[in-house]
Design a protein. Structure first.
Length: 149
């Protein structure tokens, strides 16, 4: 079971690294566009275009910062097995399988769809500290914990 959690963590790291690389590529493309734009534009059109590129770069830089923080969180995530739900737990419920790690969304692992969720999400907050057989209510839905690892 520990090996499976390590593999899942690595799969999440790979997906995160892909998003980081895409963000870095977009920033490089924006920088190149800004450089090219200074050569061919003049007046108000230049200022408007430059401001739009600047805003887009700031947005992507912010997203990149979040992704880099998530990678750091993931790299120190504990893969130990616990009978109590903690950050880093893989929790099987009657409504799905949840990996309390980072907000990454659906992750296909082996033959299962696993939801990588932040420990700050409503689902994670409801699950932390619970054990197999416990029931939690999230968004008016009763969820039963079937397994924790």
């Amino acid at each position: 079971m520990i090996l499976e959690k390590r593999e899942l963590r690595e799969l999440c790291k790979e997906a995160l690294d892909k998003k980081i690389n895409e963000s870095q590529d977009m920033l490089a493309s924006i920088d190149e566009s800004a450089h090219d734009d200074t050569k061919s534009s003049a007046g108000d059109k230049f200022e408007t275009s430059r401001e739009m590129l600047k805003q887009e770069a700031e947005k992507i830089s912010s997203q990149l910062g979040v992704l880099l923080h998530q990678r750091q969180v993931l790299s120190v995530l504990d893969t130990k097995i616990s009978d109590v739900v903690v950050h880093g737990s893989l929790v099987k419920t009657d409504k799905g399988i949840f990996y309390l790690s980072i907000s990454l969304g659906k992750v296909l692992y082996q033959h299962d769809t696993i939801y990588a969720i932040s420990d700050e999400s409503p689902m994670a907050l409801a699950l932390v500290g619970r054990r197999v057989g416990d029931k939690v209510i999230v968004n008016s839905r009763t969820i039963t914990i079937l397994d924790v690892c």
